[in-house]
Design a protein. Structure first.
Length: 133
């Protein structure tokens, strides 16, 4: 069964009404929900998103996320082995500009070959994942 991995870039676009991609993010997310496609994210994406959303927009949008969007997703907690492998890969790719959170996402996605990605981060396409548009 296809599932959709939701990245921080998509979550921020959903949560910030002044984001240039807010309308596009809503369209894509509503399409995924209407199709009944299960959504998932990682604990690292969740921590990154909560931190950024709270800093940029405050508690009200964070509460809307926690009560409205988060319950629609399964959160996969990053295991120590994934954490260690992601750090090893990140250290090998110094200067490439990919975040630690993205590297953990790539590893999790490779373990879920049927997943599409809801993201506005071009690194997912560069890594060969199917990104929703």
């Amino acid at each position: 069964m296809e599932r959709v991995f939701v990245d921080t870039s998509a979550l921020l676009a959903l949560g910030l009404r002044d984001d240039d991609r807010h309308k596009e993010a809503r369209r894509i997310f509503e399409g995924v929900l209407d199709a009944g496609t299960p959504c998932w994210t990682s604990s690292y994406v969740l921590v990154e998103h909560i931190s950024l959303l709270h800093r940029r927009a405050g508690t009200v949008p964070l509460r809307k996320f926690a009560e409205g969007i988060l319950p629609l997703m399964t959160v996969v907690w990053v295991e120590p082995s994934i954490h260690e492998e992601a750090l090893r890969r990140l250290l090998k790719s110094v200067g490439r500009g990919i975040s630690f959170v993205d590297v953990t996402s790539f590893l999790l996605l490779k373990a879920e070959p049927g997943s599409s990605v809801f993201a506005f981060d071009s690194d997912f396409e560069k890594e060969g994942f199917r990104v929703l548009r």
